[in-house]
Design a protein around this ligand. Structure first.
Ligand code: F6R
Length: 630
């Protein structure tokens, strides 16, 4: 096979990569000679930023499959199991970010079918939406499952289909049944000279060297090995062997000819996929993360909703950004499902509620990391008094998941920028889904309202995509204009108060601009005395029931010479006509979902203010990603 090579500018290349999904890293290789395992191990280390709660490798030698996998970070697993000593020149590897199933050895990839010893091994990045239904079919046919993952069904499905043909056709007919996102790679001891890969939505890139062929989730995995890459597109099946690789369309088996490209990135550039900072990358990733929150397993959402339904009162404990998600959620639960919830800053919980919490109390702890000491301390206080603990976190396997009676993993993938962005909007999405479910269960709102909310929540990912696409340049200009202002107000009413608090926290923590957020109605009770000519006030103005009163608050500020920046609905001429600057958000978003799109311009504003002020947004001074001290 002839592979032509074209050189590629950094900019074009990054556009390509920016559509990629994150969460789990996959890698594999076919070497002409040498040992695959150490190369896989080193490549997985380079992909560790995609996930790191378990790791595994499988290689083939002399028609036998060798597998090592375990829970824990790569270095820890390697120190115990030596990931380098698997034999063979062909192999695959996986570093995991748990979505389905806790980070245990049994849930680590690769997965295999029923045969003992295993003959096929599968790795997967993505989420299979219809795995429960496929699992049931396979169980009816006698397959026995070991893990709680969605991936294991792929191995059993391939095993089932292998009865009718070779590995390539078995993979092809198996992926036909899969709904959701996947980049998979499969090896078989019975066809030991090849690796079969397939892609839908999750990224897959091939690497070409003189003496080896590779595949991976993305380019950082290859960089020390080769700079020649080929992108695999959705709906394509790849066969790698000693001769090179062949790409075919899954739908009709037609061959695809694609030129390789040369990349000249550093490892760090590749990890950020062309973005200058992780924070900006993570802001741009929000549509993907929000889509993934819409794929959460029904049974966990349902179980958590049942606990909430039975709760007499619910305290939502969290810190920082996660607290803002809880505050927004308290409006959602109250308005939609008539459930009274109390957002509590976790470090105050023991003082405020330590004596009153009891066996009848329900605690919903929200923590991206699942390791925040203040949140865990609040949970411990409640646990000691026999309260029911529910959890929402991004890190399955974190302490919070271990101490919760039921938890939901929000599936945002690792967040590396210290400031929470994608994990905040994902938390809001999960919490709004819970509120909508609870409303349905309790029959508190009409079917039409529920249908509308269900329809709108599906659209939120593309709405966020559009906001970033159409408003980013405008926000950049605003940051340039306001970069020298020493203090900002962030004002909103109702649920937008939570959005205001979050916008203010972002600006303070990464651009070091002291700022104040409060419900807009509070201004006249004190803070307005700070306002003088040119004082910047950011108003969050979705067109909900608070809008009329909010306009009154805008007028009050204007009358005192404030510079008003509005985050408002597209084409809201009344607001646009009265403010100095504005950023527009797509029309028709229901009130309870509004914090998700309305916070996005504020995240971008904080980011570009930090850039204007030459601050590093990924590593703000004095802060850590996970605060594990009280
Ligand atoms: C702000 C931020 C922090 C965290 C807080 C709680 O951008 O990231 O305020 O939200 O430290 O962390 P988690 O959610 O991990 O408990």
């Amino acid at each position: 096979m002839l592979w032509t090579t074209v050189s590629l500018s950094f900019e074009i290349f990054t556009k390509k990569l920016r559509s990629d999904k994150e969460m789990c890293g996959i890698f594999g290789c076919i070497l002409k000679n040498g040992s695959a395992a150490p190369i896989i191990h080193a490549a997985l280390k380079r992909l560790e930023y995609r996930g790191y709660d378990s790791v595994g490798e499988a290689t083939i030698e002399n028609g036998r499959l060798f597998i090592k996998k375990d829970a824990g970070k790569i270095d820890v697993v390697h120190s115990i199991r030596n990931l380098d000593d698997l034999p063979g020149r062909i192999g695959i590897g996986h570093t995991r970010w748990a979505t389905h199933g806790a980070p245990l050895q049994v849930n680590a990839h690769p997965h295999f079918g029923c045969s003992d010893p295993p003959t096929i091994a599968v790795i997967h990045n993505g989420i299979i939406e219809n795995f429960a239904e496929i699992k049931k079919d396979l169980e009816d046919k006698g397959h026995i499952f070991r893990s709680k993952t969605d991936t294991e069904i792929i191995a059993h499905l391939i095993e089932e289909n292998l009865g009718q043909g070779d590995l390539k056709s078995a993979v092809s007919s198996s992926v036909e049944r899969l709904q959701g996102s996947y980049a998979i790679a499969v090896i078989s001891a019975k066809e030991p000279d090849k690796i079969i890969c397939a892609r839908n939505e999750s990224p897959l890139v091939l690497g070409i060297a003189d003496n080896a062929f590779y595949f991976a989730s993305d380019t950082p995995a290859f960089l020390p090995l080769t700079n020649k890459v080929v992108f695999v597109e959705n709906g394509e099946l790849v066969t790698l062997n000693d001769e090179g690789f062949e790409i075919k369309k899954l739908v009709d088996g037609k061959p695809v000819v694609r030129k390789s490209r040369v990349v000249d990135w550093t490892h760090e550039m590749a990890e950020k996929q062309g973005y200058p900072h992780f924070m900006l990358k993570e802001i741009h990733e929000q549509p993907r993360c929000l889509r993934d929150t819409l794929r959460l397993q029904d049974k966990y959402l349902e179980l958590l909703t049942t606990f909430l339904d039975r709760a007499r009162d619910v305290a939502m404990v969290a810190c920082g950004t996660s607290y803002h998600a809880c505050l927004a959620a308290s409006y959602m639960f109250s308005k939609l499902s008539f459930l009274a919830t109390h957002p509590v800053i976790a470090s105050e919980f023991t003082e405020q509620h330590g004596k009153s919490v009891n066996i009848d109390s329900t605690i919903l702890a929200v923590s991206q990391s699942g390791e925040t000491a203040d949140t865990l301390a609040a949970v411990e206080t409640a646990r000691q008094r026999a309260a029911t603990i529910l959890g929402l976190t991004n890190v399955v396997g974190s302490t919070l998941t271990r101490v919760s009676r039921v938890y939901i993993g929000q599936q945002s993938g690792p967040e590396i920028g210290v400031a929470a962005t994608k994990t905040f909007t994902s938390q809001l999405s999960v919490l709004s889904q819970l509120a909508i479910r609870l409303a349905k269960k309790r029959g508190k709102i009409s079917q039409e309202e529920i249908d509308l909310l269900d329809e709108k929540i599906e659209k939120i990912p593309s709405i966020v995509e559009r906001i970033v696409k159409t408003q980013e340049e405008k926000v950049k200009t605003l940051a340039r204009k306001y970069k020298d202002n020493q203090c900002f107000f962030f004002l909103g009413r109702g649920i937008s108060y939570a959005t205001a608090l979050e916008g203010r926290l972002k600006l303070m923590e990464i651009a070091y601009v002291p700022s104040i957020a409060f419900p807009a109605g509070e201004s006249k009770h004190g803070p307005i005395s700070l306002v003088e000519l040119g004082f910047p006030v950011i108003f969050i103005c979705p067109p909900d029931e608070t809008r009329k009163t909010l306009i009154g608050n805008i007028m009050e500020m204007k009358a005192r010479g404030a510079s008003i920046i509005a985050i408002c609905e597209e084409g809201d001429e009344e607001i646009i006509g009265m403010v100095d600057d504005y950023v527009e958000v797509t029309r028709g978003i229901p009130e309870i979902l509004s914090p998700i799109p309305y916070v996005v311009p504020l995240q971008l504003f904080a980011y570009y203010m930090a850039i204007e002020k030459q601050c590093d947004p990924d590593m703000p001074r004095n802060l850590a990603k996970s605060v594990t001290v009280k």
